[in-house]
Structure formats: structure tokens, C-alpha cells
Design a protein around this ligand. Structure first.
Ligand code: SF4
Length: 329
């Protein structure tokens, strides 16, 4: 009888979920993914996690709990590093331990391949270990990973299309597990679309380019998550199609508290484009988000109008960035 694997729809699922899904489907192992985030999962995660946890980790525990009893094993990888030179936040290295201790699970309940350096040989070893834990042969693990990875890697490299004055684009920057979670960030995208603005995220920046951009801040940027934020902020700050930037961070993320300050100082303060920082926590209401994004879009429109009228005043320079910076409400 084949085992069923449960994957929480949280944290790195939003980056690697399709790859994991495809890996297990090549292995012929049935997968259950937890439902989309909702208030109940968030409340459960908040109850289960220690108070100091960041919002995404709280959510992860809510998702993990919803799968217990519905699957034979939980897939909770331990990832320390994926791109050379950058490290994941410690939560990802400790995730299997956090899950096991929170729910008092035996080690055998988890499939936890270890990625220490992100080297190809190591990833193949991890794929073999995951296959073994799912009752398959190491060889089928290697083969499944190769097939899954090829399709996944080809599908994800895209480029932001160049825009023009009539197709304003706003870059939304943040961890994938915030931006891709509709419960947390769906309203940001909905408000922009309702105003005929095209939101773009780092999904539309080729990975290589993202890390090249982040390389400008080495060795200051050490964490992979911060590198992605800095790389996309630098890329979008200089992209002519981007009219403004929205940075999203979550309460309790020590890494964001440092890296966003750094990004504001090193990139956004001097790029001449309006930007806003939105901090989310478990109490953030929809209305607050909608109001802030609408106000930000009004600001961007005002700037665009002012800039297009400069020649009429005999001016050719950009206006003084009156409201550049974090908007306080
Ligand atoms: S990077 Fe921040 S938000 Fe993400 S898991 Fe680590 S502490 Fe949490």
C-alpha cells in the first residue's frame, strides 16, 4: 500500500511546491497539500507557535497540524543553503525539529531531506533519501528529481516585459510565502489590478539576474531571503517600466527588520521612485491594507502627473521626492 505524503502550503512550498509535487508524482507517491491559508489555520498556528515566532512560521504550524491524521508522512525539508554564498534563515534549518517538537512526532513521521550547501550532488543525495523514506528506491529518487527539476527550472525563468506610460507597473517585493499567500497579500494585488495597474514580483526576474543584482551588496547581505529582496529592489528600482515599489514584510522577522532598513538606505532612498513598506502581522486587517495601497497608488499617480507636466513649467528635472520614503498612517 503506497504511503501518502502531506505538504504544508506555507514557507518554501511557495517557491518549490511545484518541484516537490512533481518529484513525488514521478515517484508515484500520492501527495496531499494543506488548504489555502484561512483565519482558522492562522489562529491555530498562532496558538501553537511560541510568541516570538514570525508570522510565516506560525502559519506553517497551522498548515502542518491540518495535515496530521490525513497523511502517513509530512514532508518538511531541512534547508540551510540553496545558492552558494547565501544562507537561509535559521528557521528553515530547524524546521523539522520545530515541527516534531510542536506536535510530539516520532522522526519516522517526517520526510526531511537535508540540503546543507545546495550542491547538485547533495541535492541528488537528498532526493534519494526522500525516496527511501517514501518507500521507494534511491535510484527512482534520482530519476524523479532529474525529471521534475528540468521542467520546473525551464518554467520559472521569465523577464519583466518593458512597459510604457499607459501600462503602469508596481513592483511588489517580499518573501514568496507572504506574496503568494492570498489570505495575507491577495488584497494588495487586487487593489492594484482594480486600478488597472499591473503588479510584478521577483517571479518575473530571472534567478541569475536576481542574485547578480544582490551581489552588489556582498558581503553585507548574507541571508538568501534578504538577497532576493535586495536583488529585486535594485532590479525594479532601475527598471523603466516600474512606477513604484511596495515592500511587504512580516512581524517577527528579524531578518526583514535589518534588510529592509538596508534596502531603503542603499537603494530606495536614492532611486527617485515612490515606495511604501507594509508590515503584516496576525492582526492586520484587510481594510488597513486596502487603504494603504490605494493611498500609495494615488501618490504614484500624482508623481507621474507632476513629472509629465514639468516641461510646461520649463523644468526638465525630476521633482524633489517630497514623499519618497515609508508612508506613515
Ligand atoms: S526570513 Fe523572516 S519571515 Fe522568513 S522564516 Fe525567517 S524569520 Fe520568518
Amino acid at each position: 500500500m503506497p504511503i501518502t505524503v502531506g505538504i504544508p502550503r506555507a514557507l518554501l512550498y511557495h517557491d518549490f511546491g511545484e518541484l516537490w509535487h512533481s518529484f513525488f508524482s514521478h515517484l508515484a507517491v500520492p501527495v496531499i497539500v494543506s488548504e489555502e491559508t484561512n483565519k482558522r489555520l492562522l489562529d491555530r498556528g498562532t496558538t501553537l507557535a511560541v510568541d516570538e515566532s514570525c508570522l510565516p512560521l506560525k502559519l506553517y504550524l497551522g498548515h502542518a497540524e491540518s495535515l496530521l491524521g490525513r497523511c502517513d508522512r509530512l514532508f518538511v525539508p531541512r534547508i540551510v543553503q540553496h545558492h552558494q554564498g547565501f544562507h537561509f534563515c535559521a528557521k528553515f534549518a530547524g524546521l523539522p525539529d520545530i515541527v516534531r517538537n510542536t506536535f510530539h512526532l516520532p522522526e519516522s513521521k517526517l520526510i526531511s531531506p537535508v540540503i546543507q550547501t545546495g550542491a547538485r550532488s547533495e541535492i541528488l543525495k537528498a532526493a534519494a533519501a526522500a525516496a527511501r523514506s517514501a518507500g521507494k528506491t534511491p535510484w527512482s529518487g534520482w530519476r524523479s528529481y532529474r525529471s521534475a527539476y528540468t521542467a520546473w527550472a525551464q518554467a520559472r525563468d521569465r523577464e519583466v516585459p518593458s512597459g510604457n506610460a499607459f501600462t503602469p507597473r508596481i513592483a511588489v517585493i517580499g518573501h514568496s510565502y507572504l506574496l503568494k499567500d492570498r489570505f495575507l497579500c491577495g488584497d494588495i494585488f487586487a487593489v492594484l489590478k482594480a486600478n488597472s495597474v499591473t503588479p510584478v514580483t521577483d517571479d518575473e526576474v530571472p534567478r541569475r539576474r536576481l542574485y547578480q543584482e544582490a551581489g552588489h551588496f556582498a558581503p553585507d547581505i548574507y541571508w538568501q531571503m534578504a538577497a532576493k529582496l535586495a536583488g529585486s529592489a535594485r532590479y525594479f528600482a532601475h527598471h523603466p517600466a516600474i512606477a513604484g515599489l511596495i515592500l511587504v514584510s512580516s512581524f517577527g522577522c528579524g531578518l526583514d527588520s535589518l534588510s529592509l532598513e538596508y534596502i531603503e538606505q542603499q537603494i530606495l532612498g536614492s532611486c527617485g521612485k515612490p515606495y511604501i513598506v507594509l508590515n503584516l502581522d496576525e492582526h492586520t486587517g484587510r481594510t488597513g491594507i486596502i487603504t494603504r495601497v490605494e493611498a500609495f497608488w494615488d501618490l504614484v499617480k500624482w508623481r507621474r502627473k507632476l513629472e509629465s507636466n514639468l516641461p510646461a513649467y520649463g523644468l526638465s528635472q525630476r521633482p524633489h521626492p517630497l514623499y519618497d520614503g515609508e508612508l506613515e498612517y
